[in-house]
Design a binder for this molecule. Structure first.
Ligand code: MN
Length: 134
């Protein structure tokens, strides 16, 4: 049981620079992170690890973020996990598609670091204490 008490965030992102940026920020703020670089990995890790929050890129190999979100939300075991989409500004309509697939919210890339930190913290305030930890 490493990182006991830390919130665990699954970062789903195929761009190594973005992945590193998100990881560095989240570690700095005291979160534990898990990582997936395509949608299928995201689905598998969501089920295996039951993270407290998922940050989900959209454009990814193997399975995109929209389909990965649908699958996570269709599965009884993982549907309660809050998913926040990471959307590229250029891609019109992605936000709406991700919300329809079951995302709670979206964050536009490129991110503004201070705002990103506030938004992540806010999801945990809204969510309240985690009940699934034993
Ligand atoms: Mn991508």
């Amino acid at each position: 049981m490493t990182d006991t008490g830390k919130k665990r965030i699954l970062i789903v992102e195929d761009d190594p620079n973005n992945l590193k940026l998100f990881r560095d920020i989240l570690h700095y703020k005291g979160y534990a992170t898990l990582e997936a670089t395509d949608g299928q990995q995201a689905v598998d890790m969501a089920k295996a690890c039951l993270p407290d929050l998922i940050l989900m890129d959209i454009q990814m190999p193997v399975l995109n973020g929209i389909e990965a979100t649908r699958r996570i939300k269709e599965d009884e075991a993982t549907r309660q996990i809050r998913i926040v989409a990471l959307t590229a500004n250029a891609m019109d309509g992605d936000e709406e598609r991700m919300i329809r697939a079951g995302c709670h919210d979206y964050i536009s890339k490129p991110i503004h670091v201070a705002e990103f930190i506030d938004r992540i913290a806010g999801y945990f305030v809204e969510a309240g204490p985690t009940e699934k930890e034993t």
